[in-house]
Design a protein around this ligand. Structure first.
Ligand SMILES: [Zn+2]
Ligand SMILES: [Zn+2]
Length: 218
């Protein structure tokens, strides 16, 4: 399987920015560059990866704020999230100032994503699922051949994304997880937006918010 992945924790929120790349071409993408561009660039040069695009799961500050800067610096496109997160992306410079984070330049994604779109990264195809709930335009990227997903703030080990932000919806979130992620295969491992990796199977069994028992489905 040519896909390789590495996690680069960024920002004071310890967001899991991820690098994914094709180890035959050493070309790849950065998912959710929320800040700390120097750390991301260090990781890129350590593994020797050339960036081809930026992928965004959603429009929150800690995931998206450095996307425009990387896009301009490397001349690469930004794909994702779903257009329903436009209101968040438009507000990023404000939010950065408000939370005392570096204010990077504003941007518009080159491509909005919809449910069941695909995204190409150096010859590898990622499947896209639109998973609203944490934000209305949140998307998840899945590389089915290697059984790996980048789920942003939809699902965590033992928890799920907050839904008390603007346009969050807890029922939508649980429905996204159970109806759009778990059916892709319980053997899929995922990189969450924060914290350690897990698998869909472990969360379906034991997650206090979205397990079979939590939703009365067992
Ligand atoms: Zn978020
Ligand atoms: Zn986050």
């Amino acid at each position: 399987m040519p896909l390789k992945a590495a996690i680069v924790p960024v920002t004071p929120l310890q967001q899991n920015c991820s690098l994914i790349w094709n180890d035959e071409t050493m070309v790849g993408a950065v998912i959710d560059p929320g800040g700390d561009i120097e750390k991301i660039e260090d990781a890129l040069s350590q593994v020797g990866v050339t960036l081809e695009k930026v992928l965004l799961t959603h429009g929150h500050l800690d995931h998206a704020s450095a996307a425009g800067e990387l896009s301009r610096k490397y001349g690469i496109p930004i794909e994702g999230p779903h257009e329903d997160d436009l209101f968040l992306i438009e507000d990023l410079p404000n939010q950065s100032a408000k939370y005392g984070m570096p204010v990077y330049g504003d941007f518009r994604p080159d491509r909005w994503l919809a449910d069941e779109d695909t995204v190409e990264v150096s010859g590898m195809t990622l499947r896209v699922r639109h998973c609203p709930g944490h934000t209305p335009g949140h998307v998840v990227f899945i590389h089915e051949p290697s059984k790996l997903a980048a789920v942003g703030d939809v699902l965590f080990q033992g928890s799920v994304g907050r839904t008390d932000f603007a346009r969050g919806n807890h029922e939508d979130l649980i429905s996204s997880i159970r109806n759009r992620l778990f059916p892709l295969g319980l053997d899929i491992a995922f990189i969450p937006g924060h914290g350690p990796m897990s698998t869909f199977e472990a969360e379906k069994k034991t997650n206090p918010f979205c397990s079979d028992m939590a939703v009365g489905a067992d």
